[in-house]
Ligand binder design. Structure first.
Ligand code: 9J3
Ligand code: ZN
Ligand code: ZN
Length: 300
């Protein structure tokens, strides 16, 4: 169930309708009050999206970056923080991203500026060792978020109540582990995720599972598909299977991964209903989409 979609009593509903009409009239009389609907959603950032804006190599925000040494942190291996340069739009949601087995942050670096330029603080991390397993990667993603919101040089730019996790392969397996461990997370996106645990009924975080049709390292039949199927039916969840793709597709710039990751993060980290149009109705199979499953409609 979606708690915010519960029906109200007739009396409350008509009172509410009157209040909405009054507010609507007042808003119509205030110049600029209707701009971007920010009055309705304080977390909305950036202009109204279009298919081109979510497919673009960069969003509307100029991005700065700062390196975090492994020597200055505990619980993970350091990384790079990508963030909107301007502070004029207030705070942003934040997302930590883990690489996969034997890999470093360079393998997921393209996601840093790509996602940050849409209005997020993005932390691509290194793990303590490149051989760390998914459960450890999950704990490291959470340690990275704690560092980011509590101690990092950009902590004042972040809304600590709006956080997400992503990761590639064992980092994707770690993404599910992090969501299971911390149900307050607002969004999770495993990219060709790998984990020996195939069942995730404990997850309460809206989750977009991304698999690749040609993945022979984390085949969708034994990883992404059971992950998706085992998430609660009541959860906002989706399964995107990339067409003509492999286990390593998430390691370089990919417009399909970007556009649905941006839409998922905007919709669930920012509560931004303007991105609903890219998620529901469900995207159809195409040259880049082998299959897409989900439980639309979401409610705002
Ligand atoms: O992070 C990954 O690429 C996981 C796939 C893998 O290499 O598993 C072998 C143990
Ligand atoms: Zn399980
Ligand atoms: Zn399939």
């Amino acid at each position: 169930m979606h708690p915010r979609s519960q029906p109200r009593s007739r009396t409350v509903r008509s009172l509410w309708a009157g209040a909405v009409a009054t507010v609507g009239l007042v808003v119509a009389l205030i110049p600029g009050a209707g701009n971007a609907g920010a009055a309705d959603n304080p977390y909305e950032r950036g202009p109204a999206p279009t298919t081109s804006s979510i497919e673009a190599a960069r969003g509307s925000y100029a991005v700065s970056q700062t390196s975090v040494s492994s020597l200055s942190v505990t619980g993970f291996g350091g990384g790079t923080i990508y963030y909107p340069t301007s502070t004029a739009d207030g705070t942003f949601g934040a997302v930590a991203i883990s690489p996969g087995f034997t890999a470093t942050q360079s393998s997921i670096a393209w996601l840093g500026p790509r996602l940050a330029s849409q209005g997020f603080v993005i932390f691509t991390i290194d793990t303590n060792t490149t051989l760390d397993q998914p459960a450890s990667r999950g704990d490291q993603l959470l340690a990275a978020l704690d560092y980011l919101t509590q101690r990092s040089s950009v902590r004042t730019r972040i809304d600590a109540s709006r956080l997400g996790v992503m990761g590639h392969s064992m980092g994707g397996g770690g993404t599910l582990e992090a969501a299971k461990d911390r149900t307050s997370l607002q969004a999770a996106i495993p990219l060709t995720g790998w984990n020996t645990d195939k069942t995730w009924p404990e997850v309460r975080t809206p989750t977009l599972i991304v698999g690749a049709d040609g993945d022979t390292i984390a085949p969708v039949a034994t990883h992404s598909e059971p992950f998706y199927n085992s998430l609660p039916a009541s959860l906002d969840k989706a399964y995107l299977e990339l067409n003509g793709a492999t286990h390593l597709t998430p390691n370089s710039s990919n417009t399909t991964i970007a556009k649905y990751s941006i839409s998922w993060l905007k919709r669930f980290v920012d509560n931004d209903a303007r991105y609903e149009q890219f998620l529901c109705p469900l995207p159809r199979p195409s040259l880049t989409i082998e299959e897409y499953r989900g439980n639309c409609p979401h409610t705002s």
